[in-house]
Design a binder for this molecule. Structure first.
Ligand code: UN1
Length: 537
């Protein structure tokens, strides 16, 4: 059993492996003792008898209170030199790395993510810290030449202010870190509202922030449900104590947040859904394509924004690809997420129920492959080779649906679970039309050995992220992450690109000539003989 202990008192992380953890919002680092938003109990989705957390939820008032507190602390934090802020990010990265085993074990226990993936997720936080700790020593502005003598132009990145970060639970630490780490590095204060169904992981992650040396007040944790959070956002924006919203979640909620922020002339950072295509050209290495489709379609039980939605395969290789994909999927180990499995349970009963609804999008003209049954894995509908006991958790058969066309609901619906559609094309134009036609544009992939296809695909796909001979998921932590159309408003996270979300450019000019020099007017002329022409040669 792994244990992590940090400090003492109510914020103590305690034993990860067995205890039911009582967690609450942390305002200025202190747990909120009452629960105005009620309490929830979160079971381990791989073992429903194991209660991972009892969480006391806040409400809209809690959210507003957190924003006010964050705002109160932000100015002093912004005045702290950026390299010193970078040092706090460095300490956070070191703490996360030292607690990697325990945090990964808690993620696996709370959302059923296979342990190897949970470890990868925590590593993604460390990588994000490694990237941004040095950004504290860069955060470059520019010196720009002036059109007048004795005058200098400069640009500075200034923090936006207070940022509310509202995140989903499928990546309960990595995706939040993409917002929280750069936001703090840039001198903002943050209010983090994690998913309701990952309160234990969120609270543990928050404890690591609180122990990393950030001043009290710049990091606030609010546990609350979606409706109270939305009301809290509205109140905080109305009161003028919130300057930026970052949101990862559904397209529907994202557009409501965009509307709300727009009323306050703010542009949120939105990372929304996807229906990510994987195109298989006739010249592709089919084994490689199958491996990529298996990982991105069924890894994490299909519960990534970047998970594969539809394989779009050329008619000439369709049958061969499908046979190999079916065989690989049938052989894939599914089950206990503490073991070496392709995927474990659904994140929570809410995800399981929604997934059962999406299975109803399968129609008579479709062929279903990939497992011995569809729906929940039970003693009556067993899965050969299941690792562990399927009856203890929320386990579902992997489902391949062949014969998908652009007219099917399945084609245009994001199905957050272990289901992959297969569509067929003849011409490259048809493949592109299928890959873009649903209006999502997050991630995409093409398998080909021809550079012409790879670059044409890049040019014509509307997605923000393009893989060549690689799966749709598994983006590295320092490339721009984000989408277009129904997948987002064009904002990007990660790497240097996210700095534009958490800073605003300030332009400064300094005239030291001792007189008023008017731009565009008092500018030296260049006299040219503009009528001159070369003699005939
Ligand atoms: C998500 O599902 O919201 O690229 C993020 C990937 C991961 C992140 C997924 N690094 O698949």
């Amino acid at each position: 059993m792994t244990e992590i202990r940090l400090g003492a008192g109510p914020g103590d992380l305690g034993s990860i492996a067995t205890m039911t953890r009582s967690v609450a919002s942390l305002l200025d680092g202190r747990p909120l003792t009452d629960a105005p938003g009620g309490t929830i109990s979160v079971p381990n989705p791989a073992n429903l008898d194991d209660v991972v957390a009892e969480a006391a939820l806040g409400d809209a008032g809690t959210f507003l209170d957190a924003c006010r507190r964050a705002r109160g602390a932000q100015r002093a934090w912004a005045a702290t030199p950026a390299p010193v802020r970078g040092r706090a990010i460095q300490q956070l990265g070191r703490l996360v790395e030292a607690n990697l085993d325990a945090l990964a074990a808690l993620i696996t226990r709370e959302i059923g993510k296979p342990i190897a993936e949970s470890r990868g997720e925590v590593q993604e936080v460390v990588d994000t810290c490694s990237f941004f700790l040095s950004e504290g020593r860069r955060l470059y502005g520019m010196t720009v030449p002036s059109e007048m003598p004795d005058k200098q132009l400069l640009t500075f990145r200034t923090p936006v202010g207070t940022a509310a970060i509202v995140t989903a639970g499928n990546f309960p630490v990595a995706v939040p870190s993409w917002y929280l780490v750069p936001a703090l590095l840039c001198g903002n204060a943050v209010v983090w509202k994690p998913a309701e169904y990952t309160p234990a992981t969120a609270e543990a992650f928050a404890q690591l922030f609180l122990h990393a040396g950030f001043p009290t007040g710049v990091f606030q944790l609010v546990l609350a449900d979606g409706a109270e959070t939305f009301a809290g956002l509205e109140r905080a924006l109305d009161e003028g104590v919130l300057d930026k919203v970052g949101f990862t979640g559904s397209t529907e909620v994202g557009s409501r947040i965009g509307e709300l922020c727009g009323r306050h002339l703010q542009s949120p950072c939105l990372e929304l859904g996807g229906k990510n295509p994987l195109v298989v050209m006739p010249d592709a290495d089919l084994d490689l394509a199958v491996e990529g489709a298996l990982f991105s379609g069924f890894g994490t039980a299909g519960q990534r924004c970047t998970s594969l939605g539809t394989v779009i395969v050329h008619r000439d290789v369709h049958d061969d690809f499908l046979a190999r994909f079916d065989e690989a999927t049938r052989a894939a180990p599914i089950g206990d997420p503490t073991k070496a499995v392709l995927y474990g349970p659904m994140i929570s009963s809410r995800f399981a129920e929604r997934f059962e609804g999406w299975l109803e999008l399968i129609r008579d003209h479709h062929a279903v492959l990939g497992s011995s049954a569809i729906g929940r894995i039970t003693s009556e509908a067993p899965r050969e080779g299941f690792v562990g006991d399927p009856t203890t958790g929320l386990y579902y058969h992997p489902t391949i649906v062949d014969g998908v066309t652009a007219d099917d609901d399945l084609y245009a619906t994001e199905t957050f679970g272990p289901i992959v559609g297969v569509a067929t094309f003849e011409t490259f134009d048809e493949a592109i039309a299928l890959a873009n036609g649903h209006g999502y544009g997050l991630s995409s992939s093409i398998y080909t050995t021809d550079p012409l296809h790879a670059f044409r695909f890049r040019e014509r796909i509307s997605a923000g992220m393009v893989s060549v001979n690689n799966s749709t998921s598994g983006a590295e932590a320092h490339l721009p992450f984000g989408g277009n159309g129904r997948s987002g408003n064009g904002s990007r996270q990660s790497g240097v690109w996210v700095l534009d979300q958490f800073t605003r450019w300030q332009a400064m000019n300094w005239d030291y000539s001792g007189r008023l020099q008017k731009a565009q007017i008092d500018v030296a002329e260049i006299e040219a003989d503009i009528g001159w022409r070369l003699p005939d040669m």
